[in-house]
Design a protein around this ligand. Structure first.
Ligand SMILES: Cc1cc2nc3c(=O)[nH]c(=O)nc-3n(C[C@H](O)[C@H](O)[C@H](O)COP(=O)(O)OP(=O)(O)OC[C@H]3O[C@@H](n4cnc5c(N)ncnc54)[C@H](O)[C@@H]3O)c2cc1C
Length: 356
């Protein structure tokens, strides 16, 4: 789920430090993951950023248990299964993941050198950037509560970036899925008072979390209200109270400091459109020999790109990752010659994979 990770990956000393890498991959869906493998075979190191707090993109978020039947050589595998296999396959290349963060800006600062920033305050410098952003970034759905926009980021939060922000606060968590339940259980011990609001007395989240939440309610550690948030009270972005309308029509007023609605995720193109790349109907046109975009050194692979005959399939993205890597090699190692090799017969590739 989107909200779980706090942005503190290993190796980062401060939020203002610039992280230098050969390649920055935007999107850790199946295609971004396979790009790590193809780049790794050519000794190119990669960092990946994804707004989700897990890898696997659409496969892991939208259909983890559905079987996929058209991955070459694998007659049947689930969305989560292919994600796990890709993670196993790229292990020898030690990619660094920055999850729960959205890439917001991408600018050219050298020839080629790119500066990339995330909404968690991180800055990267990369010789090449690979946009593997699929259908766009997964973003939280806004709840259907009149006027909620006015309180966003000040009193209404769709993600928990730092739990400390909520210490000793009166919190209202809204929703009935895993995110709502997980954050209820995580924040309850540090909150001044926590109320969970859900429209019905049945929850979609893991049964264990539901049981833990119910026993907290029974012991008086938190409140549970069945109903919907109908009105908000506050001024200048600061919420002071909400009204919850019960399914029986009765209304109750709850005073609070922050509201955390968890209404699921939706895919939006997001900031990709602001990076100065040529776009065609929200997709990035590419050269099919290299999968390079209109800006040399920036590549686009997987569902985010377009070209004549494009098929939005995982197997297409894998092919695109292989060709992209060949061109990226020339930017990362301009002085080196690239020799084409098979993994079956090259001892050098096998050493990189840890199998020789
Ligand atoms: C229900 C369903 C069934 C499918 N079945 C099949 C099938 O049987 N076979 C098949 O080949 N394909 C199938 N597909 C399509 C397949 O899932 C996609 O082709 C594939 O996921 C594309 O991979 P990707 O890595 O390009 O993008 P995605 O999987 O979309 O991953 C992109 C990632 O980029 C992240 N991202 C985007 N913008 C940013 C940003 N600014 N900052 C940080 N992160 C960002 C997103 O959060 C996302 O995690 C199916 C799709 C669906 C929805």
């Amino acid at each position: 789920m989107l909200q779980r990770q706090e942005p503190t990956p290993a190796g980062i000393k401060s939020m203002s430090e610039t992280i230098k890498t050969d390649v920055l991959i935007i999107g850790a869906g199946p295609v971004g993951l396979f790009a790590v493998f193809e780049l790794g075979l050519l000794d190119i190191r990669a960092h990946l950023v994804d707004i989700l707090d897990k890898v696997g993109g659409q496969c892991a978020e939208l259909y983890p248990e559905k079987p996929i039947y058209d991955i070459p050589g694998i007659p049947i595998i689930t969305g989560q299964g292919i994600t796990d296999s890709l993670m196993h396959q790229i292990k020898p290349f030690h990619p660094t993941f920055h999850l729960g963060e959205m890439v917001t800006t991408l600018e050219k600062v050298g020839d080629p050198l790119f500066r990339v920033r995330t909404d968690a305050g991180k800055t990267f410098e990369a010789k090449c950037v690979v946009v593997a952003a699929g259908g766009g970034s997964f973003q939280p759905k806004r709840p259907p509560i009149k006027g909620v926009e006015a309180y966003e980021e000040k009193s209404v939060f769709y993600a928990v970036r730092k739990m400390e922000q909520f210490r000793d606060k009166r919190l209202l968590v809204v929703g009935g899925g895993d995110s709502a339940l997980d954050w209820t259980l995580n924040l309850q011990p540090i909150a001044k008072r926590l109320t969970l609001v859900h429209r019905r007395d049945e929850f979609r989240g893991a049964p264990d979390s539901v049981n833990k939440m119910r026993s907290l309610v029974a012991s008086g550690g938190m409140d549970l209200k069945i109903g919907q948030v109908s009105t908000l009270e506050g001024a200048e972005g600061t919420l002071s109270a909400v009204t919850v309308k019960g399914n029986d029509g009765k209304e109750s007023r709850i005073e609070l400091d922050a509201m955390l609605p968890f209404f699921g995720l939706t895919m939006k193109l997001g900031p990709v459109a602001d990076w100065g790349l040529k776009m065609e109907e929200d997709l990035i046109p590419v050269d099919t020999g290299t999968f390079e975009t209109s800006i040399p050194g920036i590549f686009a692979i997987g569902d985010i790109n377009t070209y004549p005959g494009k098929l939005k399939l995982i197997l297409s993205g894998f092919h695109e990752a292989a060709l992209m890597s060949q061109k990226a090699f020339h930017y990362v190692f301009p002085e080196k010659r690239l020799v084409f090799q098979y993994t079956t017969s090259s001892t050098s590739l096998q050493k990189k994979l840890g199998v020789a």
